[in-house]
Write a protein that binds this ligand. Sequence first.
Ligand code: AP5
Length: 207
Amino acid sequence: PPGAGKGTQGRRLAEELDIPACIIGEILRTAVKDETRLGKLAKQYMESGRLVPDDVVIDLIERRISLAQASCGFLLDGFPRNVVQAKALTGLLAKHGINVNRVVFLEVPEAAVVERLSGRLSCRACGFGFHRHYSPPRTQGRCDQCGGELYQRDDDREEVIAERLAVYRQQTQPMLEYYRDLPTFRQVDGDGDLETVYKRLKRIVAD
Ligand code: AP5
């Protein structure tokens, strides 16, 4: 779900495994900031909490996968988000000869999602996420990682959070059935403090 902790945990895990993290939301936000053609198109969808059209994100992922192929593995965050994207990903991975080690579903109750997203602070420069209460920055308003300015994402406003959750229920949740029976699928309880959830995640990646 939105705000489950995918970005926070995924970045840390990728760093520890020494593999690149391909964070689709981050790539789209950079495109919006740089006002590229992709960014101009994605902006309207992201601001209102809807998914960017499938063909646009599938094309984006294919280009990233071709690059990632040269490295020894990668972590994919935020893709796929519906059955169409899931099927496209299966095809792309087969085409590029890439095996999946783990498909991880980070499960978090909606009440916790709302609390996490409404208190989130994100770095304008590097995208790193903090939380006003659960993981505040050492210096108010500044990123611990790069010193960049912290801000509240446009889509972390109450009404947009509600729309993102509705999109999640309608489009992403049904996709779970596509993965649930695969031997690579793991469900991780994402409710708990950051350290506890990270330990759970590491355990399932290592087993
Ligand atoms: P994206 O950026 O991926 O948004 P999201 O899925 O809604 O996820 P978030 O980034 O909001 O949350 P997260 O799970 O990474 O949580 P985080 O670690 O930051 O996508 C944005 C938009 O791009 C979409 O709405 C859509 O428009 C578009 N898009 C993206 N992918 C797409 C696709 N495949 N197809 C089409 N469109 C796409 O944590 C949240 C907060 O909680 C932080 O403050 C963090 O510090 C805190 N926190 C995390 N874990 C814990 C914990 N265990 N305890 C306490 N606090 C915690």
